[in-house]
Design a protein around this ligand. Structure first.
Ligand code: HEC
Ligand code: HEC
Length: 250
């Protein structure tokens, strides 16, 4: 009996562990499979673009002004549905995509634009272009760009938002919205700042409702299992937006 009991317990633990590790791997990625990467230089350029999206502070030092990374907002290098995905971007040509990337660098990363022919810019364009080759089911298409739906007609309550911030956000983004850095030597943020001198500038599109509310509603707290209601997302975003931050870059 005892042996059976032990065996049952072992089996339960094994099932729980398997489920946990499956959860860890279950980031819904709507980009194309790596097996579709072209060989040679073209494939290397695409992979460099992905590295830059995930390590912008380290790889684009001269252009990233606040130490955030593209993936701070475009989660998992633009492959997360409703997480600022880059799988169906609006920019249709090289010039438009260059301008779009530079807009994020200047307004959201308080940085300097990159020339169109710079390696980092070519790599990001190549990567985003490759993401666009993903074949999606029709029902997956809407989530392949942007931050997802949120009810924009709700009236924000920043006072309620302040309380929510303390309860639901401060754990990661800090009591004063300051975020926290990666371990020493690695560079970049573990949790990006939401306000203060190192946060996005006042000109960032992420500093506007309902863009911020959509990101928060559909992606924050980082684990999607504790999602906020639309009203809560609007309230907490209105509070965050009202905090001090750098002026728009010139
Ligand atoms: C602070 C948040 C933030 C950061 C950091 C950021 N972006 Fe963005 N980005 C946005 C927002 C907001 C939009 C507008 C999304 C929309 O219109 O739905 C956007 C849009 C884009 C688009 C167009 C998407 C589309 O669907 O057409 C591209 C491409 C892009 N960003 C690239 C980048 C790159 C490359 C980086 C890093 C160098 C970067 N962004 C960093 C917030 C950010
Ligand atoms: C469990 C940790 C965690 C919690 C809790 C959390 N976030 Fe985040 N948040 C993150 C991480 C991590 C990123 C950046 C993702 C990356 O770099 O891959 C992020 C990014 C963001 C961004 C985009 C980047 C920027 O600086 O503008 C906003 C806005 C944001 N969070 C708001 C919130 C709000 C509001 C709450 C509370 C409702 C919240 N977050 C709760 C971990 C968290």
């Amino acid at each position: 009996m005892k042996v059976l009991d032990t065996l049952v317990r072992v089996a339960i633990v094994a099932v729980v562990l398997a489920t946990l590790s499956a959860c860890g791997d279950s980031v819904p990625n709507i980009g194309p499979k790596d097996s579709t990467l072209p060989s040679g230089e073209a494939g290397e350029l695409i992979k460099q673009g992905r590295r830059i999206a995930n390590n912008t502070a380290q790889l684009l030092k001269q252009h990233d002004g606040n130490g955030m990374r593209c993936s701070s907002c475009h989660f998992y290098a633009g492959t997360l549905p409703d997480g600022g995905a880059w799988v169906r971007v609006q920019a249709q040509d090289e010039q438009a995509l260059t301008a779009r990337i530079n807009r994020c660098l200047v307004e959201s990363m308080n940085g300097k634009p990159m020339p169109a022919d710079m390696l980092g810019m070519r790599a990001l364009r190549a990567y985003i272009g490759w993401l666009g080759t993903a074949k999606l089911k029709p029902e997956e298409e809407p989530a392949a760009r942007g931050f997802g739906p949120v009810d924009a007609s709700l009236t924000p309550d920043p006072t309620h938002g302040a309380a929510l911030y303390t309860k639901r956000c401060a754990l990661c983004h800090g009591d004063h919205g300051e975020g926290s850095l990666n371990e020493p030597g690695r560079g970049g943020y573990k949790y990006p700042p939401l306000w203060g001198p190192h946060a996005i500038s006042a000109a960032s599109e992420m500093n506007q409702l309902p863009m911020a509310a959509a990101l928060v509603k559909n992606n924050m707290p980082r684990t999607r299992s504790h999602a906020l209601t639309a009203q809560e997302a609007v309230d907490v975003s209105s509070y965050v937006i009202a905090q001090p931050r750098p002026a728009a870059a010139h």
